[in-house]
Design a protein around this ligand. Structure first.
Ligand SMILES: *[C@@H]1O[C@H](CO)[C@@H](O)[C@H](O)[C@H]1NC(C)=O
Length: 217
């Protein structure tokens, strides 16, 4: 176990950042193994914004963005359920229901949360949800393991087929603050916005495990 951890740490360290402009990760096969690990030097967040674009034909539950730490498997989790999109912070989940999340469609999704108010909000294709209290007081603090394509039940593992993602993901960004409304709308519109300072799609350090492809979008 310690050896595996060391090994994965070494491979992660070896990954060079890449500019993925106009590219996407394709997850072409339903597995409980294929995933992408995203690496960041930042490990402590008093607030966060995560944005990404997704395309899938899944009608079952699936993970969109999974950040785990040794203390909390769902330290920050974006998860599509039957009823909407669920955001978990520090294992506490809130549901944003009644979203117009269609299959076989590119969707732009952003979510914000800050530890002072504890309030989160989700944006789907320029429409925002009601603001909701999740949890407040504590920062998200690492070591963080960020995974696309699978939902972590332990840092870097505990994947379940029924929660995996298939389809395409693109333009993944993460910030250590709540991004202002206008910048979120610019992200949605594919116009200018300041790229993520935690995860930046144009300078992304990542490691692919299993059948995941980097393709032109
Ligand atoms: C976000 O990260 C930057 C660079 O590390 C840092 O200067 C800034 O204070 C951080 N912002 C917050 C709100 O923590």
């Amino acid at each position: 176990m310690a050896f595996l951890f060391l090994l994965s740490l070494l491979t992660i360290c070896a990954a060079k950042p890449q500019d993925l402009q106009d590219k996407m990760f394709t997850f072409p096969q339903e597995t409980n193994t294929a995933h992408v690990t995203l690496t960041t030097a930042k490990q402590n967040f008093g607030a966060v914004t995560v944005c990404l674009r997704s395309f899938t034909d899944l009608t079952r539950d699936h993970s969109l963005f999974s950040l785990a730490t040794p203390n909390h498997d769902n330290h920050l989790l974006l998860y599509k359920t039957n009823n909407g999109i669920q955001l978990s912070i520090r294992d506490i989940a809130v549901l944003f229901p009644w979203l117009d999340y269609k299959v076989n469609t590119w969707h732009s999704i952003c979510t914000t949360w800050d530890s002072v108010s504890g309030v989160a909000q989700l944006w789907l294709d320029r429409k925002h949800t009601a603001r909701k209290y999740v949890t407040s007081g504590s920062h998200i603090s690492g070591p963080v393991v960020i995974v696309l394509g699978q939902e972590q039940d332990s840092p870097g593992g505990g994947f379940v087929l029924a929660e995996s993602f298939t389809g395409m993901l693109s333009d993944v960004h993460m910030w250590n603050h709540t991004v202002p409304r206008q910048d979120i709308l610019n992200y949605m519109d594919n116009s200018f916005f300041s790229p993520g300072n935690v995860l930046d799609w144009l300078d992304l350090e990542f490691q692919i495990v299993g059948r995941v492809l980097v393709e032109e979008r």
